[in-house]
Each structure stands twice: as C-alpha cells, then as structure tokens.
Design a protein around this ligand. Structure first.
Ligand SMILES: *Cc1c(COP(=O)(O)O)cnc(C)c1O
Length: 356
C-alpha cells in the first residue's frame, strides 16, 4: 500500500460548463499524482498535488532518447451515481510489460491501481456526465536523469493526469475512412510495437499527416517486414467480420495488446460467435470484399470503444464497407461494452471497478 500524501489546491479551476465542447485531452483537472524513483531506493514520495507545470534539466534523458511509457484509461459516472474505472489490472499489467521493454523499473500493480483510484477519487467531480463523456486518465513514466549518455536512467517520475473528455462521436457512431499505409511502417517484431510508448507515435505521424491530407481519419498499418499482413490502426486495434466470423490480427509482438480488444474478444466468444485471432493478409481482405463477405470493420480502443470503418483505402483500391451506417454487430458490441462500463448492464465478467 502506498502512503499517498495529499496537497489540495487552494485555487480550484472553473469546471467546463459546456460538456458538448470538451473535445479530447485539452482540459486538465485540479490535481495530479506524482511518485519518484531513484535507483537503489525504489519508488518513493507518492503524492497528490495541484495540477502544475514541472521543471526539468534540458538534459533530462526523456527529451533525447524517449525513455517513457504511458497508459490510457477512463473513469465514468455510472447510472447508479458511483464512479467506475474499467479493468485497471489490465492497464497495470501492460504498463509493466512496457516498462520491462524500455528498461523502466516495474510499478507494483496494486500501487498503480491504488494511485489511479486515489487521484480519480480526489477529482471525482471533474467527471463529466453528458452521454458519451468521461474523465480520461493518463498515467505515464518519464526518465529524468540529467545525462546525455545512452543508458537506462537512474531516476524516473510516475505521473497521472486527468482530462475531462467529450463524446468521441458527436453525431453518433459514424463510420470513418481508413488509410492503409503503403510506404511507412510502425513497428517490427523485436521492436517496441507491443509497448505503449511515445516512440511508436512519433514514428506514426508522417503517415497520419499523409492520410489526413487525403481526407482519411486514421492509418492502418501493415506488418513491417512483408507489408502483407494487417497489424493495427494508429491508436486502435482492428477487427473484421468476415462471413460471420470475428477476425482480428493475433498479438505478434508488434501489435499493442488493447484492453478493449481483449474485452471484445471475450464478449464475442461469450455470445457463441466464431472468433479468430490469426494473421490477416491484405489480399484476404480484398478478396473477401470482392466476394461481398467483408461484413463489418471496426477499430477498438479506450477513447472510442468501437470505431466503425466505412472505407478502407490501399493505393488505388478503395473498399466501401457497409451502407454508411454502423454495422449491427459493431453496434451491439458498443452498446454492451459501454452498458457494462456505465453500470446500465450486469457485469458478468467483473470488468467494472468502483472508485470509493
Ligand atoms: C492504446 C492503444 C491501443 C488500444 O488499447 P486500449 O487498451 O484498448 O485502449 C491500440 N493501439 C495502440 C498503438 C495503442 O497505443
């Protein structure tokens, strides 16, 4: 158990009045969690303090070599008025998988969860309540040694900030266009693709800019070696419903193991649907589409939960998926996951965790 000291703000900020204009990740709550690490001493001084700027040496290692990891979670006000988070043990475990890969010290899972709950509890009244809104939770670790040599840092900060965020879909679940990237790659086996870390995002920006310039909202990555197999979307995992079977690329080391991905797989299995985690080639998709068997395509991630895909572009081929509306199965998954999150439905899997 962490002994978390609390220093409350004396200048609480005005909360956003118009919850329809929140957007994503632009506003921050009154408090944040911080804990230090020093080699030989371990993690120490866990505290909740007013949200504030931090100061670092310009030589701090994170600025130069990118030794950092992050997580993404959400807190919600349930239909019963209680505050909930979703499967935090999955995020705590994944944080440590990222930490291991990046030579960042482990954070005990129970400490990670305790810290998330404590800071969410402190700023509980920052959780927006309009349909589709939530308090986005961003835990992260940065390397702070003042040193330009390339080596794992001996000092770190673990920080959690909170951002009230708007409904991902202002106009309902409208399918988006996806750009299948044919030039750049995101990750390769043996690299850092499975870790949630800034470097993967830095590597993704050039393709995202190209896709946006062409009117597509997200990039779908192919494998970095053969450029034949589907990996994932920029910040989401990808699912295909091919002739009634739920298909998603298997976790192969270069794909981020999403909590939402895992939840969707468990849900579909519990419904008795055929589910396959395996290699999915672009050729298979093109053929399934030609044969009229590519029923639905959707991305999964904490921010959007389910993001229906209406169009997939690869060089000169454009596959239209569905009729411009969200597919039946995509909608059912979205309704069930969000229903469980918001305590509108029973939680047979034990995914909902109350913050009290
Ligand atoms: C966070 C993330 C996801 C989605 O993971 P969730 O746990 O479902 O939010 C997918 N891909 C990448 C690259 C990510 O960073």
């Amino acid at each position: 158990m962490l002994d978390i000291k609390i220093e409350r703000t004396t200048q609480p900020k005005a909360k956003p009045e118009d919850e329809s204009a929140l957007g994503f990740g632009k506003i921050f709550s009154d408090h944040m969690f911080i804990m230090n690490y020093t080699e030989g001493k371990g993690w120490y001084d866990p505290r909740i303090v007013p949200f504030q700027r931090l100061s670092f040496s310009p030589a701090a290692m994170v600025f130069h070599y990118g030794q950092e990891m992050f997580e993404g979670m959400k807190a919600y006000k349930g239909a019963d008025g209680k505050t909930y988070i979703f499967r935090p043990e999955m995020n705590a475990r994944r944080a440590n998988a990222s930490n291991d890969r990046l030579c960042i010290p482990q954070i005990p899972e129970e400490d990670f969860i305790q810290a998330v709950k404590a800071v969410v509890k402190e700023d509980e009244d920052w959780i927006p309540t309009a349909e589709g809104t939530s308090l986005y939770i961003r835990p992260f670790v940065i390397a702070t040694d003042e040193f330009l040599g390339v080596a794992p840092s001996k000092n770190y900060l673990f920080i959690i900030i909170l951002s009230p965020s708007g409904a991902y879909y202002k106009d309902g679940l409208k399918p988006v266009g996806i750009w299948i990237e044919d030039e750049y790659v995101r990750a390769v086996k043996g690299g850092i693709g499975f870790a949630k870390t800034g470097g993967n995002y830095a590597a993704s920006l050039a393709a995202q800019v190209k896709a946006h310039d062409d009117g597509y909202s997200q990039v779908l990555w192919l494998d970095g070696v053969e450029r034949k197999y589907i990996e994932e979307v920029g910040a989401m995992n990808i699912f295909f419903i091919i002739d009634g079977t739920v298909v998603t690329p298997a976790l192969n080391g270069s794909i981020l193991p999403g909590v939402t991905r895992n939840s969707v797989l468990e849900l579909c299995r519990s419904w008795g649907m055929p589910v396959e985690e395996r290699r999915v080639s672009l050729d298979e998709l093109l053929e399934a589409h030609k044969a009229g068997k590519l029923d639905e395509v959707f991305g999964t991630g904490t921010a959007a939960v389910i993001s229906p895909v209406g169009k997939l572009r690869y060089i000169n081929e454009v596959m239209q998926i569905g009729d411009g509306n969200i597919g039946k199965i995509s909608q059912k998954i979205y309704d069930t996951v969000t229903g469980i999150q918001l305590a509108k439905l029973d939680d047979p899997f034990g995914w909902r965790v109350v913050v009290e």
